[in-house]
Design a protein around this ligand. Structure first.
Ligand code: IPE
Ligand code: IPE
Ligand code: MG
Length: 240
């Protein structure tokens, strides 16, 4: 059966550096302009009725980038939070930050993050999760540690038991992942939750990825057939 509107969309926002380099500008300029695409994707998700949107903003591996770039990204996120917190809240958007479990985020940014998460925690219109200092493997390790800490017996270690120990266990599995810039890899993104996600790899660099192209991805998703390892009923009948 063809899919409808995805319940949970995720974007791997890639290509900022190349966008800037193509223009002979500093890589950080690409990150700055990419904020416009973030706003477009949030607005469009909200308008279309997507209930869960996750944006991959910084990976556990991105700490290995030059200090200036890391510092710029931390500052950019902090400024964006301060700028957009009130309007996100006003529109009933619940904001969450996934990651940061190893205490590496600078304290003043960590406080701003905690503030917006707290401020918007009761909102129900849409959940915006920013994967920030996130690594899919790191998240699984933290969940596994929780199982051990709690002394969960071996035969009680199930998929459900592990999933229940993630940072936000109520997050539904991801239906659609859009990775911009043409790179076709996972880069350690929510490994557990993408098990049956549909993937799209538009060649557009993130700062150029705006509302119209995002809407086209949502349309393309409607045409996809998901099977989850089983047999689609229609395909089954066609085979007879
Ligand atoms: C994505 O853009 C943003 C982050 C990873 C923080 P990149 O900075 O990876 O841009 P490219 O891939 O080098 O073009
Ligand atoms: C993935 O992009 C992380 C984010 C978009 C935040 P990277 O640019 O870091 O991934 P690789 O290094 O190309 O795999
Ligand atoms: Mg990249």
């Amino acid at each position: 059966m063809a899919a409808g509107l995805p319940r949970h969309v995720a974007c791997v926002m890639d290509g900022n550096g190349r966008w800037a380099e193509q223009r002979g500008r500093e890589r950080t300029e690409g990150h700055r302009v990419g904020e416009g695409s973030v706003v477009d994707v949030i607005e469009t998700s909200y308008a279309c009725g997507v209930k869960w949107l996750t944006l991959y903003a910084f990976s556990t591996e991105n700490w290995t980038r030059p200090d200036e770039e890391v510092a710029f990204l931390m500052g950019l996120v902090q400024r964006a939070l301060r700028k957009h917190a009130a309007s996100l809240h006003l529109r009933g958007i619940r904001c969450r930050f996934l990651g940061g479990e190893d205490g590496r985020i600078p304290p003043s940014l960590a406080r701003d993050i905690a503030d917006i998460v707290e401020l918007t925690s009761g909102n129900t219109r849409m959940t915006l999760t920013v994967a920030f200092d996130h690594g899919g493997r790191d998240a699984i390790v933290h969940a596994a540690r929780a199982l051990v800490r709690e002394g969960v017996p071996e035969d009680a270690v199930t998929e459900e038991a592990l999933a229940a120990r993630f940072q936000y266990p109520d997050t539904p599995d991801i239906d659609l992942v859009i990775r911009t810039s043409g790179e076709q890899r996972v880069s350690n993104f929510m490994l557990w939750q993408v098990a049956y996600a549909e993937w799209m790899f538009p060649p557009t660099l993130w700062p150029d990825f705006r509302a119209e192209e995002y809407r086209a991805c949502l349309e393309e998703y409607r045409r996809r057939k998901r099977r989850y390892g089983g047999l689609d009923r229609i395909d089954e009948m066609e085979m007879i």
